[in-house]
Design a binder for this molecule. Sequence first.
Ligand SMILES: [Zn+2]
Length: 299
Amino acid sequence: MQFDIYAIGGVVPLLELYEFGRIMDIIATAKMNLPLNAPVHLFGAGHPMFFSFAVALGCDLFDSAAYAIYAKDKRYLTSEGTLYAEDLNYLPCSCPVCVSHSAKEVRESVELLAAHNLYAAFEEMRVVKQSIVEGTLWELCERRARSHPSLMDALRRLTKYVDFIERLDPVTKHPFFYLSETCAFRPEVRRFARMLERFKLRGKVLLTTFPLNEGEAARRMEQEGYEHVLVVKPPFGAFPIELAETYPVGQSEIPNEIDEHAKEVALEHVLRLMRLNRDAKFFVECDERWANTEENGRG
Ligand SMILES: [Zn+2]
């Protein structure tokens, strides 16, 4: 209806129940049906632990009385969750309130608690904004998801909307950090899967999980008669060695211990690449990290 701004309401009861996964569904449903150039306000979502997730799905504005309501209830907000003021022996925060008062003083004053809560909310806002500038908002959500199972639900739910996000996600960013199995379903991985159709392969093709540099690849092509050398890197799959310096495959940091999700997604992509290039003859060499996959009968 061509409004300048839109708002999503009615989520407060769900926030109070920590039903973050369901709130993700609500935000995504609204965003997928709203013009992308209009700001979206999420009513009443004032807890800093959820900001990064709401922003990841496209919320722009927040209002809240949460800082005061939680303070009245003697609760101390942090970007990782809610603490009960009475449990605080130390103040895990460096806002002006927390550095100039004792834990006892903050515990006993609704006003000081409210002020701290507001500082905590604004701090998380700045952290979210800076992560957008850096292109690390997903990584921030990964970190926040570690602090509460309901936030883990929110993160997993985010992957359900990855096709929608992928269309709007910047093509290059800060290096891709693989931080948990949900990273196997990130927009960058989905986009890479679409790129597979552009790899036209023929003749002898080497797929290797060993890190090769371009010089070594060129030598093997010459000595062993390969037309193409592709490096297999979880969770992406196989990419031509020529793309080794490009985002995201070349600029991704993957743990040495690879989880099953990353392997499965990579293997699916490898199999799809083979199906797309039926005339090529593939030779696969892999290191011991992939051995378990084979033993499990999943290779
Ligand atoms: Zn503080």
